[in-house]
Every structure is written in C-alpha cells, then in structure tokens.
Design a protein around this ligand. Sequence first.
Ligand code: GTP
Ligand code: MN
Ligand code: MN
Length: 373
Amino acid sequence: QVNQAELLLFSVPAYACQRRTTLVNHNTALTDALSLLAENAELSEEEGRGVAFRRAAAVLKALPSVVTSMAQLEGLPCLGGHSLRVIRDVLENGASHEAETTKQSERYKALKVLTGIFGVGAKTADRWIREGIHTLQQLRESAQTLNRAQQAGLDHYDDLNQPVSQTEADAIGDIVQKAVACVLPGAQVTLTGGFRRGKDTGHDVDFLITHPEEGREVGLMPKIVSWLESRGFLLYQKTTRNSYLESMDGPGRPASNMDRFERCLSIFKLPDVEPQGTKEGPISAAPQKRWRAVRVDLVVSPISQFAFALLGWTGSKLFERELRRWAGHEKAMSLSSHALHDNTQSRYLRASSEEEIFAHLSLEYIPPSERNA
Ligand code: GTP
Ligand code: MN
Ligand code: MN
C-alpha cells in the first residue's frame, strides 16, 4: 500500500531533551502498547527494559504524524529489536499480542491494583502477591501490617485513583497559596509537574515554593504543614529532605542544606469543587461525602536553587532522566534538582532560569508544554 516514492521518513534526535514533545500524540496505538510493557517491566523491577520501552514510546510521541509502515522508522533512535517487534505487531495486526497478554495476566492486574495504593511500590506488591494477596479485599483480610502511608493509601484508594482535574488543581493551589502567604509573606508558589506541562488531569498536584530572599525559606515547610493541618486540610503528610536521585547523581547539593526539610508528600482533604450530581455512587441514606482525597507534593527550594528545582520537578520523568543522561554523557556535567556541576571545570554553574540551564547544557530551550516525552 505504501508508495516508496511518497514514503514519509521521520527524523528525530536521540535524547528526549533535544526534542519538542507536545501532548498531541499521533501514534497512541503504538505508544499505549509500549507504555504498558514499560510499566510492566517497571512493576517487575526490570528497570533497564522499562527505560528501553519508555524511550521507544517517547520517540513515537515526538513524530509529527501517524506511522503506517515499518519502513518509515528507518534510522530512528531508541527503537530496539523488542520495541520494533511490538510496533510491527500493532501495524500488521492492530494490536500487540505481548501487550494484550500482559494486560490480561493475573500478575499484571494484581501489581496494578496493589501499587495503586499510595505508599506501595513494586517490591511490596511482589511480596504480597507471592503470599497470595491479589486484591484489596484480600489485603484488608490479611494480617499484613501497613505503614502509615499505605494505610492512608488504602483508606482513600478510590479517591486517589480518580484523576485530579484542573479545577481541583486550582482549588488546591488556592489553599497552598493562602497557607504560604500566611506563614511567610512574600514567598512564592509555582505549579510544577504535569499541570505545568499543560496536562488537563494528573495523579497528583505538584508545587514548588521559594522566597526571593535567600535563607528566608529555611524552616518554611513545617510551618506550611502546621497551617494546613490545623485547618483540617491534611489527611496524611510526610515531610522529608529530598534525597531522590541526588545520592546517585554525585555532587549536587551543598552539605549546608542537609538539615533542611524541603519535601512534603501529602494527601489533601479537598472540599468538593466539581459540580454536584456528576458523581456516581449507590443511592443510600448515608450522608454524601462533601470532600475528596487528593495527592499533593510540596517542595521548598532556596531561591539560588529555584531554577534547578523548577526544571527537576516539571518532568516528564523521562524528560528529566534524559536531561541527566545528556548532562552526564554528552557534557560531563551532573544535573540534579539542586544544581548543575561541571565535572571538567570542577565547579557549579549558576542559573536563575530554566533557559540558562538549557544554555549551560548546550541544549535548545524546550518549554514545559513540549517536555511531555
Ligand atoms: P502526574 O502527576 O501523573 O500527572 O504526572 P507528573 O509528571 O506530575 O508526575 P509526578 O508528580 O510523579 O512527578 C513530577 C516531577 O517530579 C517529575 O519530573 C519527577 O521526575 C519529579 N519527581 C518525582 N519525585 C521526585 C523526587 O523524589 N525528587 C525529585 N527531585 N524529583 C521528583
Ligand atoms: Mn504530578
Ligand atoms: Mn508528584
């Protein structure tokens, strides 16, 4: 069917951070199959396979039109043998046999249900499955001890597995804004994560908080948390230092910051903001619940690190991973959500905007709406 003379060939740079990936995806049939296999690999703790599938899916997301033949993929990066077999299957048969089989497997279904509980990762889910626990009911009836996060996750399972809307994200933003203005006037709140990239739903809402005067942000997180807690807005919270990836990425954070609590994983109790009557549910005499649980991530950053934190918390996860890989492999630099270290010059490179960080990395600036790799 494909006329060789009209064959539309695509060309895409190798790193996702070199590409513009909007939310418009012309190849969802292909990327859904690859993403499912990526997720399954991640849930099975096969990180390498997971990343390979994620990279392949990201290349297809960046294409300007629909792929109709294998020949069009000639020369594209990140498409390994396994990913190409999946793509061929979808193009020739309308579906990937492997993806469909995986989706229907008991193990995948159980992993999805159990890791759908906030606080439950692949390791815990795997252990439970090996002990015969495949469903929430079985978990509730088992003698498993749950930690505080997992208990909250189980208590609010349905709410937390329902996507957060932009209206809800805005309402949460207003509450956070108010809390911050009360405990530290002049502090600034910025929406990050998927909503900053323009997504219209999310699994949580992410905020980054700073103050234009360096040092004024010290001790801020506990104050915000107290404000929220005293007004009944928190169903769960855990405040910690942010050590994610920094430990693996080498230098990235000055030791003087080590005592700072800067990250809060929380579950908000959000009073209803969506129009009433749209909710499904059994008709009963029980009073209707007038709130819902929403996952919210808060991060506090000193202004000197703000650009790095903003870049690091905007995502997507693959875009972030690719930025760090580009920095390390192509520029001999270490990028974290605190700093950029030039390993050749043995010094930190300052930046007060995301644009400057891209420039340090010799990358064309990609705005948040085009970081949806
Ligand atoms: P949804 O929430 O599913 O809509 O998508 P999202 O892109 O907002 O994902 P998520 O909220 O999980 O993460 C947002 C960004 O924060 C991503 O770029 C992650 O890489 C980053 N992130 C998540 N957890 C951590 C962490 O512990 N430390 C750091 N530095 N970054 C993190
Ligand atoms: Mn998010
Ligand atoms: Mn988050």
